[in-house]
Design a protein around this ligand. Structure first.
Ligand SMILES: [Zn+2]
Length: 202
């Protein structure tokens, strides 16, 4: 993807996440791939509703900054997901209220309560707690690189997708499923046979 266009799209996605309250204040970090071994990431410590295209920082897959500015402290797990998945074009990490509610309770997200959850998310693993920005967290996320979405215990959520729209849709759906689970705590997931049928009809 053209880097200038990618910068604009990333800033727009950050604004949308902020406007939809999927992230608050300076929390979360978002990135988009711009080449085989390059991606743009949001800067550290900035409000996600106020970012300009020029604020994004160009990185390589080793997590090294190639342009000015201070990249997000979580650049390690973004790099790990791009390195593991050549088809991943965007990664979103944020702290949506209902996802974090489950994350602090240590409860996994049931993504098969509705057909939409099955289709958009698949199984959502819970990554155990490690300090934000740590190598251990980057490794633990990298070990779940096959998942479209995951919950970080006591912390937040991550989604990845072929592009920013897909990663965004998955985050919006993940937060919806978490809210649904909290609103209907006794509801059971669709049975495995039905899940298979839904996936066959894709
Ligand atoms: Zn975070």
């Amino acid at each position: 993807m053209n880097e200038l266009y990618a910068r604009e799209m990333l800033a727009e996605t950050c604004r949308r996440l902020y406007d939809r309250r999927l992230t608050v204040s300076a929390g979360g970090n978002m990135s988009v791939r711009v080449g085989e071994d390059r991606f743009l990431i949001t800067p550290s410590g900035r409000n996600k509703g106020l970012l300009d295209p020029g604020d994004m920082i160009l990185m390589n897959l080793k997590g090294k900054a190639l342009s000015g500015g201070k990249p997000s402290v979580e650049r390690g797990f973004h790099a790990a997901l791009y390195a593991a998945n050549p088809g991943t074009g965007a990664v979103i990490h944020c702290h949506p209220l209902h996802c974090v509610t489950l994350a602090v309770k240590g409860e996994a997200v049931k993504s098969a309560l509705t057909p939409e959850g099955v289709l958009l998310l698949g199984e959502v693993p819970m990554v155990g707690y490690f300090a934000p920005g740590s190598r251990e967290l980057a490794e633990a996320v990298g070990a779940r690189a096959g998942s479209r979405a995951m919950i970080l215990e006591r912390h937040g959520a991550i989604t990845q997708g072929a592009d920013l729209e897909e990663a965004y849709n998955r985050m919006e759906e993940l937060e919806f499923q978490a809210a649904l689970q909290l609103a209907a705590p006794d509801a059971e997931e669709l049975p495995p046979a039905e899940i298979k049928k839904i996936l066959r009809g894709k």
